[in-house]
Design a protein around this ligand. Structure first.
Ligand SMILES: CC(C)(COP(=O)(O)OP(=O)(O)OC[C@H]1O[C@@H](n2cnc3c(N)ncnc32)[C@H](O)[C@@H]1OP(=O)(O)O)[C@@H](O)C(=O)NCCC(=O)NCCS
Length: 164
């Protein structure tokens, strides 16, 4: 079945949690080592919907195999900025799905944020290549930021200006 990209709905919570948990348990790409309980995922989805934050999922049938979301900073002085996170289930990587998901989330974020940031570990080559191709530029490096399965790694902070 072809993978589709669409807005997340509350009933995705369980499957989204499974996908999130699989990526987290790799201990290589995202901060958490495991996903939170499904009740917390539901709460997060309700909050995201209330705040009208962009949140897309890639689905293979009913199964969530990836996500891309932008959260708006809540502090008024920072609320023109959004933070992008993405993840795909391991078996769906490296075939262009991340590129499509990134293009879609940028499309739905256009006109709604002055800038987007995204952060990832320095050894994450697909994320580096993808973010550069999508117009993100490196604006910082936090040394030994993450303790991962392969040891410590620096975090790269990337930013894309969305206006002007
Ligand atoms: C980062 C991620 C979303 C990219 O999605 P993807 O579908 O794997 O990537 P694509 O197939 O669209 O390719 C994107 C780029 O990475 C490159 N790439 C893909 N797999 C690669 C690999 N294993 N090694 C090196 N480069 C790779 C592609 O050649 C492409 O480069 P280009 O833009 O120069 O052509 C995905 O790999 C992922 O979910 N990783 C785990 C979670 C994560 O790292 N999240 C980011 C931190 S929030």
């Amino acid at each position: 079945m072809p993978v589709k990209i669409r807005a997340v709905v509350l009933t995705d919570a369980e499957s989204l949690r499974e996908c999130w948990d699989a990526v987290a348990q790799e201990r290589r790409y995202i901060y958490s080592y495991e996903a939170p309980p499904v009740s917390d995922v539901r709460t997060a989805l309700r909050g995201s919907s209330r705040k009208k934050n962009p949140f897309l999922v890639a689905v293979d049938g009913d199964r969530v195999v990836g996500w891309a979301s932008v959260s708006r900073a809540e502090i008024p002085s920072l609320s023109h900025n959004g933070h992008l996170t993405m993840g795909l289930h391991q078996e769906y990587r490296g075939t262009g799905l991340g590129t499509k998901l990134a293009a879609e989330i940028l499309k739905v974020s256009r006109g709604r944020f002055d800038s987007l940031t995204c952060c990832f570990f320095s050894k994450n080559k697909p994320a580096r290549r993808l973010s550069k191709r999508m117009g993100f530029v490196l604006c910082g490096r936090e040394k030994k930021f993450g303790k991962l399965v392969y040891g410590f790694d620096d975090q790269l902070v990337m930013q894309k200006l969305m206006r002007g």
